[in-house]
Design a protein around this ligand. Structure first.
Ligand code: UP5
Ligand code: MG
Length: 192
């Protein structure tokens, strides 16, 4: 039955579209567990003696995508450790390698409810990330040089994944240009 599987929603959208911000609101109101693949990778990178630290750092600075074996294992471990059953998986899957690796490792263990897609134009996303960098985010990729690369990866590698899920009628598209509260009004409708 469905009930012995994890219920998940993937959360996608460009860099700075507001995935993390909206996930926090969903957690508050609907009690999902939020797992940001980027946050898990940054945590893993920061671990003393992590064998993947340098590899992760390189990918994040260049806006390229970490091999799926690493990301998928971090996600599965976090899911197990949480002892919960409902997850928002934020910022994943981002390319074909991610999609195939996930399906192979997790396909039988999850029920994918939908893919929440935050649509936000490049200029708005860029400004949000630059503002966050200027405010001291400490993120190695909140600078113009990394942002150009993040966007390039998003357009060439991640959009095809969104299109794949669109063809399965699983994408729920949200205009992410309004204020966080206004965006959340739209998000809520999908969870109630
Ligand atoms: N903000 C948010 N919503 C706003 C709104 N409605 N109006 C005005 N401002 C708004 O928001 C970004 C900023 O904008 C914040 O300052 C926020 O206050 C403001 P946030 O909610 O953080 O947006 P988010 O979409 O989560 O942006 P993030 O920068 O996290 O997106 P990315 O997708 O670029 O970053 P992520 O952490 O997912 O990935 C980083 C890198 O990790 C990738 O480039 C890649 O190298 C690597 N990675 C992998 O290799 N594999 C993975 O599976 C995942 C990541
Ligand atoms: Mg994020």
């Amino acid at each position: 039955t469905m009930s012995d599987k994890y219920n998940i929603a993937f959360v996608l959208g460009g860099p700075g579209a507001g995935k993390g911000t909206q996930c926090s609101k969903i957690v508050e109101e609907f009690g999902y567990v939020h797992l940001s693949a980027g946050d898990l990778l940054r945590e893993e990178r920061a671990k003393l003696g992590s064998e993947f630290g340098e590899l992760i750092e390189g990918h994040i600075k260049n806006g390229t995508i970490v091999p799926v074996e690493i990301t998928c294992s971090l996600l599965e471990r976090a899911m197990k450790d949480s002892k919960k059953n409902e997850f928002l998986i934020d910022g994943f899957p981002r390319n074909q390698d991610n999609l195939e690796g996930w399906n192979k490792q997790m396909g039988d263990k999850v029920n994918l409810k939908f893919v929440l897609f935050f649509e936000c134009p490049l200029n708005v996303c860029t400004q949000r990330c630059l503002d966050r960098g200027a405010a001291g985010s400490g993120r190695a990729d909140d600078n113009m040089e990394s942002l150009k690369k993040r966007f390039n990866t998003y357009m060439t590698a991640t959009m095809p994944i969104i299109e794949h899920y669109e063809s399965l009628d699983l994408v729920r598209k949200i205009d992410a240009t309004q204020s966080p509260d206004e965006v959340f009004e739209e998000v809520k409708k999908l969870f109630t």
